[in-house]
Write a protein that binds this ligand. Structure first.
Ligand SMILES: C[S@@+](CC[C@H](N)C(=O)[O-])C[C@H]1O[C@@H](n2cnc3c(N)ncnc32)[C@H](O)[C@@H]1O
Length: 242
């Protein structure tokens, strides 16, 4: 007799969340797997199709795992290369980017994924997603026309009551990063996400990693951090006494 994965490890594989490792950004750190503690997965997600908005979805590092788990996803991305695919020659070699559209088609996931090829700051923020998430995008040069506070505010305004905001962000490691205002310490991020009706579940300093990638090919270090905050539902109306 063979044991199921759940029996042998005590972990239900349907309740596990991981990044898509085939994505160009797959090897780079994300705190995303921790979301499995807070968002619906398993049968609940497959039956109810909760809605996520992935800001800076690129070629599907987060969108694909959410879709496979049953979520509906709005994937917001401005870079055509990661949506339509193409070649990249970088200092670590050649990369063939398949692109989100072809990756969705290969798994028959297009119907539950809407791609929005737009800067997310131009989208309405109407509080209608159960999950809004971004990873490693707030410090990117095109976003510096807005303050970090405005970038995070807009993302959080998209979260529905009862929903979750998730953000991987970077903490400053050198004088330039510290001075520019887009690499906050965790206590500064606490203040940025602090708002009435919300509860910060986690704000974690995740450590320093060495890496090289598109946009920053020289070997460098990033100090990663992540925040997970919950938008509370309005209190229930008291049940009238009979
Ligand atoms: C550095 S990549 C990180 C990819 C992946 N999210 C990760 O963490 O590994 C960030 C992606 O966000 C996209 N992006 C940045 N700012 C954006 C914005 N304001 N609206 C939509 N996409 C944006 C970029 O084009 C890029 O593909």
């Amino acid at each position: 007799m063979t044991l199921s994965t759940q029996q042998s490890t005590g972990v239900d594989p349907q309740q596990v969340l991981d990044v898509d490792h085939e994505s160009y950004w797959g090897p780079y750190f994300s705190y995303f797997p921790a979301l499995a503690r807070y968002i619906p997965l398993g049968d609940y997600a497959r039956r109810n199709h909760p809605r996520a908005c992935v800001l800076g979805a690129s070629d599907g590092k987060f969108a694909l795992p959410l879709l496979r788990a049953g979520w509906e996803v709005v994937a917001v991305e401005t870079d055509e290369l990661f949506l339509d695919g193409g070649g990249l020659d970088l200092s670590d070699g050649h990369h063939d980017i398949v692109g989100l559209r072809r990756r969705l088609a290969a798994e028959g996931l297009e119907e539950r994924c809407t791609i929005v090829e737009q800067d997310y700051m131009t989208l309405p923020a109407q509080g209608d997603f159960q999950l809004v998430m971004g990873s490693g995008l707030w410090s990117m040069p095109p976003n510096r026309v807005h303050s970090l506070q405005k970038l995070v505010d807009h993302a959080m305004d998209m979260v529905a009551p009862g929903g979750i905001f998730f953000g991987d962000y970077l903490i400053g490691l050198n004088d330039d990063e510290i001075a520019c205002g887009y690499y906050p310490e965790t206590n500064e991020m606490d203040k940025i996400v602090d708002r009435p009706g919300w509860r910060i579940f986690e704000n974690a300093d995740c450590g320093i990693y060495g890496e090289s990638h598109l946009g920053y090919e020289q070997w460098h270090f990033h100090r990663y951090a992540a925040v997970i905050s919950y938008r509370m539902r309005a209190p229930r109306e008291p049940v009238p006494e009979k």
